[in-house]
Design a protein around this ligand. Structure first.
Ligand code: KG4
Ligand code: ZN
Length: 347
């Protein structure tokens, strides 16, 4: 199945061409095209994403990315003959931004007479580890062999969720954040340290030169017997520390904050894996780009005989390739989400 995928949920516009085969038990994917246009420099002066600016930029970027992916004239016509369906993110995300993608996809579906599949952005992150690293020509596009049950940690700018997965199509939410998402905490602490948006990569860079044991920040909810998280207290602890120690070494603050956030994420995920008898752990979402988090979770999962699955770096942040995968799974699972923007859509 060849899918044209569209992503506009936040501050990246994405259009991708994905080929999917193999069925639900042994899915295989090939990324034929994956065009992404980031709006980060535009939002940076505001310290976060401005929804109406995002909408305007998606409207500008969509036709450009479309031309880049599909080519023009006869080339595009030839590709359209092979495309089986279009898929688009309907949520969660910023609704004005989501609508730009949905309307664009609806118009294409109408003019090209192709079915349109609604995709869940969080499912895109969840499945993104299945996307192959290599270029399409050289790649056999063999997906990694995952053994279920698995525990999945979705950590992004808007979400921190733990799932127990029985298969690619069956899962249960174990827990989630009760306040800020992990990525949001990275972004807010970065702002405190006067680092640019988005803060996650900036904190990670600065933390490399700091001492993670310099400051004993709290590890909220780490020992509580549930699968929920809380990051707002940790952010506040950093705020108070910086107020009381205006001359504190920023690298030490960044490293100590990152160590606290990672320890909570890893410990709770590993405890969930233990409890569920998980053979695999999946780490995904923007914060999964954090190398310290990846390596610590890999080490601790291995100590519990569980394999860690993480997406390639280029598929950690928002992109349409992962939406192609999510759309294909939705189609295969007969999950027909409404073609309406749903900012608070759940997984
Ligand atoms: O998944 P994503 O691109 O967008 C959402 O769906 O939210 O995630 C963006 C989030 C931001 O909060 C960003 O600061 C964080 O992921 N992030 C990181 C890193 N790279 C991105 N957090 C920690 N370390 C990183 N290297
Ligand atoms: Zn995302």
């Amino acid at each position: 199945m060849l899918l044209l995928a569209i992503e506009t949920s936040c501050d990246e516009t994405g259009i991708a061409l994905i080929q999917a085969d193999g069925g639900l038990r042994a899915p295989k994917f090939k990324v034929l095209q994956n065009a992404v246009s980031s709006q980060i420099p535009l939002h940076r002066p505001f310290g976060g994403v401005v929804p109406n600016l995002a909408k305007r930029e998606h409207l500008k970027a969509l036709p450009l990315l479309y031309a880049q992916v599909m080519g023009e004239g006869a080339n595009a016509a030839r590709l359209w003959k092979k495309i089986d369906a279009i898929t688009v993110t309907v949520g969660p995300g910023l609704e004005p931004a989501l609508w730009t993608g949905i309307e664009f996809a609806k118009q294409l579906a109408q003019t090209q007479k192709k079915p349109l599949i609604a995709a869940n952005h969080l499912e895109g992150h969840l499945y993104s580890f299945l996307l192959p690293a290599a270029a399409p020509k050289s790649s056999a596009s063999r997906a990694p062999k995952i053994i279920f049950p698995a525990v999945a940690l979705i950590v992004s700018g808007g979400h921190t969720i733990l799932l127990r997965m029985e298969s690619f199509s069956k899962w249960k939410r174990l827990g989630e954040t009760r306040d800020d998402a992990a990525g949001e905490a990275f972004d807010k602490v970065a702002r405190l340290l006067e680092l640019p948006y988005p803060g996650g990569p900036e904190i990670e860079k600065l933390a490399r030169t700091g001492n993670p044991a310099a400051i004993a920040f709290p590890r909220p909810m780490m020992r509580e017997k549930n699968w929920d998280f809380s990051f707002s207290g940790l952010k506040t602890a950093v705020l108070y520390y910086c107020r009381e120690h205006p001359r504190a070494d920023k690298a030490d603050v960044a490293a100590s904050f990152q160590a606290a956030a990672i320890e909570v994420l890893v410990r709770k995920t590993i405890r969930a894996a233990e409890t569920c008898g998980a053979r695999s752990v999946i780490l995904c979402g923007g914060v999964a780009a954090n190398k310290a988090l990846r390596s610590r979770l890999k080490r601790d999962a291995a100590a519990h005989d569980a394999a860690l699955f993480v997406p390639e770096f280029k598929y950690n942040l928002d992109n349409a390739a992962m939406i192609g995968v999510a759309g294909w799974f939705a189609h295969m699972r007969k999950k027909h989400y409404p073609l309406v923007a749903d900012g608070g859509m759940e997984i």
